[in-house]
Every structure is written in structure tokens, then in C-alpha cells.
Design a protein around this ligand. Structure first.
Ligand code: T1G
Length: 696
């Protein structure tokens, strides 16, 4: 099957890529393109050539599905295709609509001229895959948009609308409609006026001021995201565009590209790219499932969560009716939403008009009767089953047939909640993470009776509001929090063995977490967890195992909010300060248990905490709570700050080697009875360590 079409319109050869969904530059498309270009060049009835894609995509770049396969190196590789375009003896014009990204933009830069639709999206996002533009982008883009803009685009992966690039040499014409027609007319004009066949590679770059620009960019990147090596290599490649002859620059770019392509960081980030998309595919829910319409949303609870949840829908133009029990709570909630928008506006990310547009979509009520016409209701009320029962009974009473009833619960059994209604098939969990208007993760909790179209609608809505949806089954803590409990317990075990809270935090921050578990606890507040543990202890005294955090809380130390928790804090300052009081509490806690502290290495701390995540993740996978290992990665990357350049706990475990993970867990378990109780090895993990089959 051909991956491009060829037709002649008024002596202009029009070559249209046909590799849906986004015209990835596959081997077949690359080959078809060269064959058609050669055909057009040899045809005396053709004066010029226009290459184009679809309205959705000129091209989304190199075909990522070919990475790691022989096809990615099968000739003609993209660089060769680009050289073919550059050296055609007739004008080649790229007609750009939709996305023009990565290798797609590099291809367009090989054309002599470029005509774009104003709304087309242009960029070199390879850095987000842990790569750099490997088909000349680092050498050509600076020549058409200037060094500084090219540096920013390539080191951040920023995508820019074509109209914002209209005044650069990247684009020769920007049109509102019919970009192909405009490109054909433009090509004919080039022929009629016998204009030169411009090659981007021939544009000179002045070195004047380059060093200052490059040095400033380098310093910024060196203080950037830890562990990500691609941005600095992008900078090195762009630097070559200024100081090396073009072909040497191409060679240098290629060397750096191949280094990145074989790096664990890029493997991790490419894994994330495919994992995010896989997470929205549910085996027993057909991709063409008819979705329920969601044109109006009701949110119950105007607190931090309810307000943040509401903002997600207001941001995409969906009206929200916000319900509370008391007017002053409503007023506070609305004021908080407005304040959040005004803060975003002050940062220049939205305009004053957008603030008003969004606030105008928000209405409030004290009566459930106003939920009669909402298509989806999401409750974000107190985490108590009696409260949930009252809320869902009311929702069931007032909401129209076919509406979706959602709970934001993070700890309660969704199936029980669904049982409070006459329509359990319309009930689902939409677990947002605080702050709900910022955090990307959305755990979509599928109840036993949740209808397939409700699930499909929720996933589509999650994507629409810019979240990373992951489907979870029903269990305590779903996917993320259940793993978080294991992670925190592992950190506590390392502390009991002899490590200090600050050593544990630093070890995990060096691994790549933005904050270690004790700093996170101080930020979130220790009192919340303490209350949960006390409730559990009252309910089941025999099962309760005291933890050091109890002693910290008993001392009135709830974290930043009280000026002291695991660390102490000076007034108005969030910098954690190691506190001898805590070290003494930990020391006494160990002594009371007859534990003699030992040296615990940073690597052991990391292994204990990350392998605890992996072990719990394997249990979650085995129980069918998560559909696939990569879903677990997406949860932990987007809800818990797992470093992207590690790919997620399950991906990281595969890179370490499941044999090594299982061996380490067994050695931890052998240390004591308490450790053996904690380190119950997931059978699935042991099975895959034996078979060496990757976890799927
Ligand atoms: N190759 C192959 N498939 C791709 C693809 C690509 N480049 N990009 C997207 N897809 C698939 C995706 O997996 C999904 O498949 C479907 O298209 C829709 O994607 C040499 C080496 C293009 C903005 O980094 O940013 O060029 O799940 O759900 O929201 O220098 O996809 O339906 O089976 O995301 O409309 C550089 C990556 C590659 C762009 C579309 N390019 N893609 O977003 O749909 S490296 C990128 C995106 C490179 C050269 C280097 C987005 C999109 P499925 P989607 P969307």
C-alpha cells in the first residue's frame, strides 16, 4: 500500500502523504516520497512540486513506531530524503497544515519554500523523547528563525503556531484557508518569476553575540531538570550550527543523536510517550464506543478539591454549577477560583478576558434541584461513607437519566458508593490529585457495574481537560496511593535501620524525585495521616503497628503548618532544617524496639523505596487493578513526581533487571521478622524474574 499519492494540477506535481493518523515519516512514506519526487523531476510536464500531508498533520515527525527496529535506518533515511528535496532542479514547496513536528519540520526545511496555514503547529519536540532533531533540524532551524528562538524551541520542544513565525524565513507565506491551493499558486509564481531555489543550508549564521546567547542558555539548562541529558546535547548541536560548516554540523548532530537514541533516558521518555496513549485503550471497550454528551457539569463541594476540579472544566469552556451546603462556603470557593485565575493571569498565561469568560461559566447553588440538567456530577465532599451516601442518594433523586455520577474519593470503595444509587452502571470514580487544576493524573476508577460508555466518556473527558487518564479497579488506595503507602513504609524501614529522614530525602532527590517523602509529608501535613492511623487503630487495635510519625505528631509537629514536623522551619521560610528533636525521637523509637542503628547507603535507600513501589505495582497488576505495567508508570509519573527520565517504577525495574530486583527484595526480607512481614514478594514479579519476560 502506497503511503503517498501523486497528482498533477496545472503543471504542478502534488505529493500528498498518506500515513495516518499523523503521517509519521515511516520507511514506506520516505521511499514513496523520493520515488514521486524523482518522477516529477523527470516529467517535462511538471514545472514545480508541492508536498503536503493532511489537515490534521503535515507530519508528526519520524515514525516513532519504527524506533528500535531496522526500518528506522532503512534507506532512504530522513536525512537523505531531505537532501533529495534540497537538490531537486525544480521548485519544491511544502504546504503545511495541522502539526508539523520533529522530522516533519525537518523535511519541510528541506523544501525550497514553505507555505503554512496560520493555525498549523510547528516545532521540534524531540527533546521530550530524550532525543534531539536528528535530520538537520539543529542546523537548519537557527538559519531560518535565528539562534535564540531556535535554541528555545529545540531545548524545550515548544510548539508554535505558524502565524507567530510568519515574519521569519521559516515561512514564505501564511494563509487562513486552502493551504494546498495557496502553495500551488505560490509554486507557479516561483516558476513564472524564475525565482531561485532557496536552500536553508546556504543561509549564513552570524557568530556575533552567539557566545553570550549560548552561554546563557547553557547555564539555564545546567540548573534545569536533573537527569535529563538531551537538552544540553540539543544545545551542543545548535552551537555547531554557528561555528561549524554545515555538513560538519550535520555529522556532529548525528553523533549526538545516536548517543541519545541509545540512552536509558530516551528509552524511558519514549516509553512514557507510548504508555500515555496505551493507557486510554481499554481491551473490552471498543475504540468507537458512542460517548455520552457532557455539556454541563455539577460539582459538589466548593473546597480546595471541588474548586480545582471545577476549574478543569471551566478552562475548556464547559459550564459548571457548584453546590455547597452553606452560602459562605460557596462564596469562599468562588473567590478561591477567581484568585487562582488572577494569579495565572499575573503570570501571563491567560488574559483578563479569559478570566472573565471562565468565571462566567461558573454558577453556584445550595440546592441539588439545580443538578437536574447536568450531564456529569462530581462529588468532592468529606471522605466519609455516610456523607457519600447522602450525596449520592440526592444525586440519584434529582439527576436526569443517562447522566454520569462520579466520586472523587481517594480511599473509599466505589462499589459501595454505587450501591447507594438505583443506577450503579452510571457511577464511576474520577480521582483528581490536589491541586486538581494543576496535577495531570486522573485515576478513573471503574466499578464492577460501571457501563462501558460511561468509562469511555470519562476517558475522553479526561483527555479533553488535559489530564493523563489511567483506569483503576477498586481497592484501597487504587493504584497510586496504594503504592505510596508501600513507598513510605519502605522509607520508614530504612529510617529504623539507621538512616535519617534527611538522608532518605536526599537519596531519593538525587534519584530524581523533586522532594523526598519526609519533605513531602511536612508539606502536606502529618496530621491527616495521623488521623487515619488513629481511626484504624480504634477500629482494629490488634492490627495497629505504631510508627515514628505518631511520635512526631504527639509532639504537636504537623509539618510546615506548625513550623515543625520531620524538620523545623523558620517563620515564613519553607527551607527544611534538620532538627535534633526528631533525631532523638527516632533514636528512642529504635531503642524501644531493640534496634541497633547501622549505616544504610543511599543506594540501599533508593532500592528499598523504589523496589517497594515495584513490588506493590506487581501485586496491583496481578490483581487486575491496573490493566498494564505501563499504566502504573503513568500513575506514578503524573501523580507522585517519579522522575520522567527513569520512565516510571515498572519501566525502571525492567532496566535494573527483574532478577536483580527480586534478589534485593529477598535479601531485605531476610533481615528480620518485621522486614519479612513487609517484603512479601509479589508472585508475578518472581515469575517474570525467573522467565525474564518483561512485565506487560
Ligand atoms: N510517529 C508515529 N505515530 C505517532 C507519532 C509519530 N511521530 N505521533 C503520534 N503518533 C500516533 C500516536 O501514537 C497515536 O497512536 C496517534 O498518532 C494519535 O496521537 C528524526 C527522530 C502528533 C501532536 O515527538 O506530539 O521526528 O494511540 O493521541 O493528541 O528528528 O501525537 O492512535 O495508535 O497523541 O492529536 C518527533 C509526537 C518524533 C511528536 C498528535 N515527533 N506526537 O497529538 O493525538 S522523533 C514528536 C505528538 C523525530 C527526527 C526525530 C502527538 C501529535 P494511537 P495522539 P494528538
Amino acid at each position: 500500500m502506497s503511503h503517498a499519492t501523486y497528482e498533477i494540477k496545472d503543471r504542478v506535481a502534488l505529493i500528498t502523504f498518506q500515513n495516518p493518523p499523523v503521517n509519521g515519516m515511516s520507511y514506506a512514506l520516505r521511499k514513496n516520497l523520493v520515488v514521486f519526487v524523482d518522477q516529477a523531476e523527470a516529467d517535462s510536464g511538471v514545472d514545480a512540486i508541492v508536498i503536503t500531508g493532511s489537515a490534521r498533520a503535515f507530519s508528526g515527525g519520524a515514525d516513532v513506531t519504527e524506533f528500535g527496529t531496522p526500518k528506522v535506518l532503512q534507506q532512504p533515511i530522513l536525512r537523505v530524503v531531505i537532501e533529495v528535496l534540497e537538490n531537486v532542479t525544480k521548485p519544491v514547496v511544502a504546504a503545511i497544515d495541522g502539526v508539523c513536528l520533529g522530522g516533519g519540520l525537518e523535511l519541510a526545511l528541506g523544501a525550497h519554500y514553505r507555505v503554512a496555514a496560520a493555525h498549523a503547529q510547528i516545532g521540534l519536540p524531540e527533546v521530550k523523547l530524550g532525543l534531539l532533531p536528528g535530520a538537520g533540524g539543529t542546523q537548519r532551524l537557527p538559519r531560518v528563525v535565528g539562534l535564540e528562538k531556535a535554541l528555545h524551541m529545540i531545548t524545550t520542544g515548544q510548539v508554535i503556531k505558524a502565524k507567530a513565525l510568519a515574519d521569519t524565513a521559516l515561512l514564505d507565506k501564511v494563509v487562513e484557508t486552502d493551504v494546498v491551493g495557496a502553495a500551488i499558486a505560490f509554486a507557479k509564481e516561483v516558476v513564472a518569476q524564475n525565482l531561485p531555489l532557496k536552500r536553508v543550508r546556504d543561509i549564513e549564521i552570524s557568530p556575533e553575540g552567539a557566545n553570550e546567547i549560548l552561554q546563557a542558555a547553557r547555564e539555564k539548562l545546567e540548573n534545569g531538570k536533573k537527569g535529563q541529558i538531551a537538552p544540553l546535547k540539543c544545545l551542543d548541536a545548535v552551537q555547531a550550527s554557528v561555528f561549524m560548516p554545515f555538513d560538519d554540523g550535520l555529522k556532529f548532530e548525528r553523533e549526538l543523536f545516536l548517543q541519545l537514541m541509545s540512552s536509558p533516558e530516551s528509552a524511558a521518555m519514549r516509553h512514557i510517550f507510548s504508555a500515555e496513549r496505551a493507557a486510554t485503550k481499554i481491551p473490552d471497550v471498543p475504540a468507537d464506543t458512542l460517548l455520552r454528551k457532557v455539556e454541563k457539569v455539577g460539582v459538589i463541594g466548593a473546597g480546595t478539591m471541588g474548586g480545582g476540579i471545577s476549574m478543569n472544566f471551566l478552562n475548556v469552556g464547559i459550564p459548571v454549577v457548584l453546590l455547597e451546603q452553606k452560602q459562605d462556603a460557596l462564596d469562599r470557593g468562588v473567590a478561591t477560583i477567581r484568585r487562582n485565575y488572577e494569579n495565572t493571569m499575573k503570570k501571563g498565561r491567560i488574559t483578563a478576558e479569559q478570566v472573565e469568560e471562565r468565571m462566567a461559566l461558573l454558577s453556584t447553588t445550595l440546592s441539588y434541584d439545580d443538578f437536574a440538567d447536568v450531564d456529569l456530577a462530581i462529588e468532592a465532599v468529606f471522605e466519609n461513607m455516610d456523607v457519600k451516601k447522602a450525596v449520592f442518594s440526592e444525586l440519584d433523586r434529582v439527576m436526569k437519566k443517562g447522566a454520569i455520577l462520579a466520586s472523587n474519593t481517594s480511599t473509599l470503595d466505589l462499589n459501595v458508593i454505587a450501591g447507594f444509587t438505583s443506577r450503579p452502571e452510571d457511577v464511576i470514580g474520577l480521582h483528581f490529585f490536589s491541586p486538581a487544576n494543576v496535577m495531570k493524573l486522573l485515576e478513573i476508577v471503574r466499578g464492577e457495574k460501571t457501563a462501558k460508555d460511561v468509562l469511555a466518556t470519562s476517558i475522553a473527558l479526561g483527555k479533553k481537560i488535559g489530564k493523563k487518564p489511567v483506569v483503576s479497579g477498586v481497592c484501597d488506595g487504587f493504584i497510586g496511593n496504594r503504592m505510596l503507602y508501600a513507598y513510605r513504609d519502605a522509607a520508614d524501614n530504612a529510617m529504623l535501620a539507621g538512616a535519617s529522614p534527611s538522608q532518605i530525602d536526599k537519596a531519593l532527590e538525587n534519584f530524581g524525585f523533586a522532594m523526598g517523602p519526609y519533605r513531602v509529608a511536612d508539606l502536606a501535613g502529618l496530621d491527616i495521616g495521623w488521623a487515619v492511623r488513629k481511626r484504624r487503630a480504634e477500629a482494629n487495635p490488634d492490627a495497629y503497628v505504631p510508627v515514628v510519625a505518631d511520635r512526631i505528631c504527639e509532639a504537636g509537629r504537623f509539618g510546615q503548618k506548625t513550623g515543625a514536623g520531620w524538620y523545623k522551619y523558620e517563620a515564613g521560610n519553607r527551607t527544611p532544617i534538620v532538627d535534633p528533636v526528631v533525631e532523638n525521637i527516632v533514636k528512642e523509637f529504635r531503642e524501644a524496639r531493640g534496634i541497633t542503628p547501622r549505616v544504610v547507603s543511599d543506594q540501599e535507600i533508593v532500592n528499598r523505596c523504589i523496589f517497594a513501589l515495584v513490588n506493590e505495582g506487581a501485586k496491583i497488576l496481578e490483581e487486575g487493578i491496573a490493566l498494564r505495567a505501563s499504566d502504573i508508570d503513568i500513575v506514578y509519573l503524573n501523580g507522585y513526581g517519579f522522575p520522567a527520565h527513569r520512565g516510571g517504577p515498572m519501566h525502571y525495574a525492567q532496566q535494573v533487571g527483574l532478577f536483580n530486583v527480586v534478589r534485593a527484595i529477598k535479601r531485605f526480607a531476610a533481615a528480620s521478622e518485621a522486614e519479612a512481614r513487609f517484603w512479601k514478594l509479589a508472585p508475578l514479579l518472581e515469575k517474570h524474574a525467573e522467565s525474564n519476560e518483561p512485565l506487560k
